[in-house]
Design a protein around this ligand. Structure first.
Ligand SMILES: NC(=O)c1ccc[n+]([C@@H]2O[C@H](COP(=O)([O-])OP(=O)(O)OC[C@H]3O[C@@H](n4cnc5c(N)ncnc54)[C@H](OP(=O)(O)O)[C@@H]3O)[C@@H](O)[C@H]2O)c1
Length: 331
C-alpha cells in the first residue's frame, strides 16, 4: 500500500482506545480517521476529542467505511473474534487487542480468515515492541548473563471495579490471567521459549473468574519462570531475570516503557535508560504501518505463530487451574 497516510478506524471508545488514539499522533504515515461505538454519542465524543472525521454508532458501520484501511479492535476479550472476523470480512487490516482470542480455537479462526482474505492481522501485544523488553532479550541472547535459571514476573493491582466490569465479568471473559497475567506469560516465552511443563493455580472471585492466578513454567531440570497476576492486591509490578553470571531487573510497570538494570556477577550495575517516543503504544502501530506498506499479512515480530504459542500456553494454564469460559471453550 503506497498511500501517503494509512487510515485507521477504532472499535470501542474505552480506556485502551484512548491510549492508541493518543499514540497514533506519534506514528508517521497514520491518520486516525474513524471510530465505531455501540452508541453514536460515545463515538461522537471520542471523535471530537481526537479530531476524527467519521463517528459511527455501530462497529459494522465503521468497518464498512471504504476509506478505512486498518482497524484497531479495542473491545472486551469476548468480542475479539467476532469483531476481527467482521473487519476482515469487510476488507480491513486488523490490529486486535490482547488476548487475541479467548482460546486457541478462536485465534485459529481469526488467522484463517486473514489468510483467506489476504489481509494483515496482528495481536496488539505492545510490550513486544518496547525498547526495554527488546534490550532485555538482546542481553540474554548475547549470553552476557549466562544460562537463565530463574525468571520472576508480577503483574498485580487492586482493582477499583465491581463484578459487572470486564475485569470480573465472566461473560466478558474477565479474570487476571487473560487481562494482565498474559504479559507475564508473554515475557517468559519471549525470553526463555516454550516451557516443558506448566503448573498453575487460581483464586476465584464470586463471579467465577480468577481474581489471582499463579503460573510456574519449568524449562529443564533447573530453570523456572514463576509469575503471578491479580486484581486483588497492589504489589510491585516488576520482573527479574537471573542468569548464572548476572541478572536483569525490569523496573516497576515492567511491561510499559521503563528502565532496566543489569548487574554482573561481581555486583557491577549498568542502568539502561531509553529515549522512549510517544506513550509506548505507537511502537506496535509503527509495526502495523510498516507491514501494511510492505504488503505483509503478518508481522515477523509478533507473528501468528507467536500468538498461537501464547494462546496455547494460556489454554494449558487455564486447564490446570480450572478456569473456563463456557460460552467460548469447547467441552
Ligand atoms: N495493551 C494494553 O495495555 C491494554 C490495556 C488495557 C486493556 N487492554 C485490552 O483492551 C481491551 C479493552 O480494554 P479496556 O481497558 O479499554 O476496556 P474498557 O475501558 O472497558 O473499554 C472497552 C470498550 O469496549 C466496548 N464494549 C463493547 N461491549 C462491551 C461490554 N459488554 N461492556 C463493556 N464495554 C464494551 C465499549 O466501547 P463502546 O461503548 O464505544 O462500544 C468500551 O468502551 C481488552 O481486551 C483488554 O485486554 C489492553
Amino acid at each position: 500500500m503506497n498511500k501517503e497516510k494509512i487510515r485507521w478506524g477504532i472499535l470501542g471508545t474505552g480506556n485502551i482506545a484512548h491510549k492508541l488514539a493518543d499514540a497514533l499522533k506519534f506514528v508517521e504515515g497514520a491518520e486516525l480517521y474513524a471510530v465505531g461505538s455501540r452508541k453514536v454519542e460515545s463515538a461522537r465524543k471520542f471523535a471530537s476529542e481526537f479530531g476524527i472525521s467519521k463517528a459511527y454508532g455501530s462497529y459494522e458501520d465503521a468497518a464498512k467505511d471504504k476509506d478505512v484501511d486498518v482497524i484497531y479492535v479495542a473491545t472486551p476479550h469476548n468480542l475479539h473474534l467476532e469483531n476481527t472476523l467482521m473487519c476482515l470480512e469487510n476488507g480491513k487490516h486488523v490490529l486486535c487487542e490482547k488476548p487475541f482470542g479467548v482460546n486457541g480455537n478462536e485465534v485459529r479462526q481469526m488467522i484463517s480468515k486473514a489468510k483467506e482474505k489476504n489481509l494483515f492481522l496482528m495481536e496488539a501485544l505492545w510490550s513486544r515492541f518496547l525498547p526495554n523488553i527488546l534490550k532485555t532479550k538482546e542481553i540474554i541472547d548475547s549470553g552476557e548473563i549466562g544460562k537463565v535459571n530463574l525468571l520472576t514476573a508480577y503483574f498485580s493491582f487492586k482493582s477499583i471495579h465491581g463484578p459487572e466490569h470486564r475485569q470480573f465479568n465472566k461473560d466478558l471473559c474477565g479474570g487476571s490471567l487473560l487481562d494482565i497475567g498474559i504479559y507475564n506469560i508473554f515475557l517468559s516465552m519471549f525470553l526463555l521459549g516454550k516451557p516443558k511443563e506448566i503448573f498453575s493455580s487460581a483464586g476465584f472471585t464470586k463471579t467465577e473468574v480468577d481474581g489471582s492466578c499463579s503460573v510456574t513454567f519449568k524449562y529443564d531440570n533447573e530453570a523456572l519462570a514463576v509469575t503471578f497476576s491479580s486484581f486483588l492486591a497492589d504489589t510491585p509490578i516488576i520482573a527479574e531475570v537471573h542468569g548464572e553470571n548476572g541478572k536483569i531487573f525490569l523496573e516497576d510497570k515492567w511491561f510499559c516503557p521503563t528502565n532496566i538494570r543489569l548487574t554482573d556477577s561481581k555486583g557491577n550495575e549498568k542502568l539502561f535508560n531509553f529515549d522512549f517516543k510517544g506513550n509506548g503504544y505507537n511502537y506496535e502501530a509503527d509495526e502495523v504501518i510498516k507491514c501494511i506498506r510492505a504488503g505483509k499479512i503478518q508481522s515477523d515480530l509478533m507473528s501468528w505463530d507467536a500468538s498461537l504459542e501464547l494462546i496455547d500456553a494460556l489454554d494449558a494454564i487455564r486447564k490446570k487451574c480450572g478456569l473456563v469460559y463456557p460460552k467460548h471453550d469447547k467441552p
